[in-house]
Structure formats: structure tokens, C-alpha cells
Design a binder for this molecule. Structure first.
Ligand code: HEC
Length: 296
């Protein structure tokens, strides 16, 4: 828990790109961003881009991404590849931190959301990026994701996916251990602020840092927010908002905890991933946290 709070402090203290550095690259790489899509494989970027109206989007071509400094790594434990029964692959791509440096993002942007086809949304706070150096994958075993998938008979994880050269959890909260954010079918990156996203789901009221409400919040923003949303914050893959989860937690806390730990025991057709490693205290913290929203 102590490590958890330290991580939270780092989250609040750093930005994605140090201000001086971003100023240097403005002229060199502003040509990366296109006003309109050139190809289905373009990466869409949005949010706090300098000189771009906030609601608009820009596009970067796959070729332009290949022209940025590339990093390669042998990936051996990414769950996406282990699930595809190809546990060991060579990938190459661009560090998210490098990409953020190359495009002109506002100096107070401290969170990147990776947006996926299925409305899954992986959050990358600045502290996560600094600790784990996530890589936007451009090639798998020397081929595009689609080519690689076709040749190996796997589901296409592209156009983009994000992985790490290696990932070591840097904190845990109760029985939640920091998990790697490894989205596939990524189509866009949104540059935003942690306060726009995390404040939206902070429990209403004042709670001590080690209260179940705050521990539940810490877990929810890393875990649940990927698929469940509150307003504009979070993914909408689950199609069940914070208000729905809150109502479930209030109406039947026991069933709520069970549907987190073992969704298929509640609904045979559930697709939500099970969390068999969440112990009673962790499930209680999540339930207590979701109850603070009074079903709203
Ligand atoms: C990878 C995506 C994903 C993540 C992460 C996720 N969920 Fe879900 N959740 C779903 C989906 C999809 C459903 C809809 C039913 C189904 O297919 O499982 C769902 C349904 C639920 C339900 C049942 C709602 C109802 O209709 O009664 C609850 C409760 C719930 N989620 C809670 C949580 C909590 C709490 C977390 C975080 C600890 C979480 N979920 C994390 C995808 C996710």
C-alpha cells in the first residue's frame, strides 16, 4: 500500500514530455500529423495537441510511424500472445514516450488513452509510461500485424497493439497487483489529463487514503475503467456505466462481488474477465467504492 501511494504521487507530479524537450521537436516533426485519414491503417490522435482545436482529430500514417526511431524487443509473457499460443515474438515499434515527444502535445497532458475498435480504452498515466516504457507495435516478427496474423492463423491484433520489452509490477493495492496495459486493435491515442479522467471517478466525499473507498478507487481506475465508463471517462466496451455498477453494488453487494470474481457464475454468457485472485478485502473495497455513487 505504501508503494501504491508513492506511485500515486508520481502520477500527480510528472507530465508525458518535459516542456523544454517538446519545444525542440515542434518544427522537425509537425509534418507527422494529417488533417484527414490517408489509409485504414492510420493512427488517429486527438486531445491536447498544440494548435489543434480540442474536439478535432489528426492522423499519422503507418509509414510515418516507421520513420520514427524504432525499438525492438523479444516479448515472452504478453497475455495477448500467450493466449494466441505464440508466447514468444520479436516486435518492433515506437515508444509511446517517443511518439508523445514527436507530436506537439500540450505540456500539461499527463495521460494517454489507447482507444480500441471494441471501445476498450487503456489508460497510460505519465508514471506508468516512465516505469514500464510501453511500445506501440508496428511489426511482429518483421511483418505488419495483419500479415503476421494471416501467416500464423491468429486473429489480427492490429492495426496497432501496445506491449512492453518487460513488465514488472511496481505496486499492489490489496490483492490487485499492477497489471500490464496491453490493448490490441488500437486505432487511436488520446492525449488528456489525469484529472479529467480520474477525478470523474474519485469517490464523492472525503475518505482516508487507506479507506476501502480509496483502495477500491485505486483498483477501479486501473481495472474497471478500461471497459466501464462514467460519462466521457473510461471505455464503453461493457456498455454498462458506473451508474449501473453502482446500482448493482447497492442492490446486492454479494452478487456484485461474485460478478467481479467469477462473472460466469452469475451469467453463463458473460465475457468479462474473471478475477479469481481478488480476495475478500479487495472485493469488499470495490463494492464499498461503487456504493459511494448512490446508483448515479
Ligand atoms: C475487459 C473488459 C472488462 C473489465 C476490465 C471489467 N468489466 Fe465488468 N463487464 C464487462 C462486460 C463486457 C460486461 C457485460 C456482461 C458480460 O459480457 O460479461 C460487464 C458486466 C459487469 C457487471 C454486471 C452488470 C450487470 O449488467 O448487472 C458488473 C457488476 C461489472 N461488470 C463490474 C466490473 C468491475 C467492478 C470491474 C473492475 C473490477 C469490471 N467490471 C471490469 C467487461 C469488463
Amino acid at each position: 500500500m505504501i508503494i501504491g501511494l508513492a506511485a500515486m504521487c508520481t502520477v500527480l507530479c510528472c507530465a508525458l514530455v518535459p516542456a523544454a524537450h517538446s519545444a525542440q521537436v515542434v518544427a522537425a516533426d509537425s509534418g507527422l500529423l494529417h488533417l484527414s485519414r490517408q489509409s485504414v491503417t492510420d493512427l488517429e490522435v486527438s486531445g491536447l495537441l498544440a494548435g489543434v482545436p480540442q474536439a478535432s482529430h489528426r492522423f499519422i500514417t503507418y509509414q510515418a510511424l516507421l520513420s520514427l526511431p524504432q525499438v525492438s524487443a523479444t516479448v515472452i509473457s504478453d497475455e495477448n500472445f500467450t493466449e494466441m499460443k505464440t508466447p514468444r515474438v520479436e516486435i518492433s515499434g515506437v515508444y509511446l514516450s517517443e511518439l508523445a515527444r514527436r507530436i506537439r502535445i500540450a505540456s500539461d497532458s499527463d495521460l494517454i488513452n489507447a482507444l480500441c475498435v471494441d471501445r476498450y480504452r487503456a489508460p497510460y498515466p505519465a508514471s506508468y509510461i516512465a516505469a514500464h516504457q510501453p511500445i506501440l507495435v508496428l511489426k511482429i516478427n518483421g511483418q505488419t500485424a495483419s500479415e503476421w496474423a494471416r501467416k500464423t492463423g491468429n486473429q489480427d491484433p492490429g492495426p496497432y497493439l501496445i506491449t512492453h520489452a518487460n513488465f514488472a509490477p511496481s505496486f499492489h493495492t490489496l490483492s490487485y497487483q499492477e497489471r500490464p496495459q496491453v490493448p490490441t486493435e488500437v486505432v487511436g491515442l488520446e492525449f488528456t489529463r489525469q484529472k479529467n479522467v480520474f477525478d470523474t471517478i474519485s469517490p464523492p466525499g472525503k475518505f482516508a487514503a487507506d479507506s476501502p473507498e480509496m483502495l477500491g478507487y485505486r483498483i477501479a481506475r486501473e481495472d474497471c475503467l478500461r471497459c466501464h465508463n462514467r460519462g466521457l471517462a473510461g471505455g464503453t466496451k461493457a456498455n454498462r456505466s458506473w451508474a449501473v455498477l453502482s446500482k448493482r453494488a447497492i442492490d446486492d453487494p454479494v452478487l456484485f462481488a461474485r460478478s467481479i470474481q467469477d462473472p460466469r457464475s452469475v451469467d453463463r454468457k458473460a465475457t468479462m474477465p474473471a478475477n479469481p485472485h481478488y480476495d475478500a478485502a479487495t472485493l469488499a473495497a470495490l463494492t464499498t467504492y461503487f456504493r459511494t455513487f448512490s446508483g448515479k
